[in-house]
Write a protein that binds this ligand. Structure first.
Ligand SMILES: [Fe+2]
Ligand SMILES: [Fe+2]
Length: 263
């Protein structure tokens, strides 16, 4: 064993033994696909938080802030490892680690490192992790298969902390690092549109086509499509709009402008 063997910290992760018996092959394949997609998402989160970390490292911030962000990077790497492990056990192909789709978000043209970091902290960190924590909570609530449930529990526990950490950092950023609320509102608007288009509307299409998911799917950690839409709209109204207000961002206006081309 080398030091690198421990990078993913998987040794510390205790996942409950699996009980895949009683599930149809097609259900297990669907669960494998979901873990594979989560692995890609988590790998992307690791890159996002590493970028946030490097941007914030140049600012005068309490060490506790830098430590909290560094911890999130390590968590996301561990989440990637957990999701890959479940995907592999269920027979999925190796996950796609291509980060090119995230490239524009990670290194937006004509934007400084710190500016990009603060925007990512709000959009991907605070917003993204709040939505992700709510989705993981709803998914875990329906998951019955023990290995699935234990993996989702580990990830959920961290995602809740990530969301809180990001909102808290935004509140203590030094004035010099704060971005213009108008610019942030545009970023929020764009991101909410992207999440709705890529995740919520496809779920609503499934519902319209009469596909509500099955109890077996839910037991294996697949969120029923109607639940996905419901969770997204509820978290938006109940949490996100309220949290944006102290940052000088009008959530409902940002939401209403999500498909308006930005100037
Ligand atoms: Fe994560
Ligand atoms: Fe996270």
């Amino acid at each position: 064993m080398t030091y690198l063997d421990q990078t993913a910290g998987l040794d510390e992760v205790r996942l409950a033994p699996a009980n895949w018996t009683g599930f149809a092959r097609s259900d297990l394949q669907a669960a494998a696909g979901a873990w594979r997609a989560r692995a890609t998402q988590e790998r992307r989160s690791a890159a996002v938080f590493a970028t946030i970390c490097s941007g914030l490292a140049a600012l005068e911030l309490p060490l506790s802030v830098l430590a909290a962000v560094a911890r999130i990077v390590a968590d996301e790497v561990r989440h990637t490892a957990i999701c890959r492990r479940l995907a592999a056990e269920l027979g999925a192909d190796a996950p796609d680690d291509d980060l090119s789709a995230a490239e524009r978000r990670l290194r937006p043209p004509k934007t400084g490192v710190q500016e990009a970091a603060v925007s990512l902290l709000l959009v991907e960190g605070a917003l993204g992790e709040t939505i992700s924590a709510a989705m993981f909570a709803a998914t875990r609530a329906g998951a019955r298969e023990p290995r699935t449930r234990s993996a989702l529990s580990i990830i959920l526990r961290d995602e809740v902390r990530h969301a809180r950490t990001c909102w808290e950092i935004l509140a203590v950023l030094p004035a010099a690092a704060r971005l213009d609320p108008e610019r942030l509102a545009r970023d929020v608007s764009h991101e909410l549109g992207v999440v709705e288009m890529t995740s919520v509307l496809p779920a609503l299409k499934r519902v319209e086509a009469g596909d509500l998911g099955t109890p077996e799917d839910a037991e294996l950690g697949l969120l029923p499509p109607l639940k996905r839409a419901e969770v997204f709209y509820a978290i938006l109204e109940r949490t996100i709009f309220r949290r944006l207000r102290p940052l000088g961002i009008n959530g409902p206006s940002a939401w209403a402008a999500r498909y308006r081309p930005s100037a």
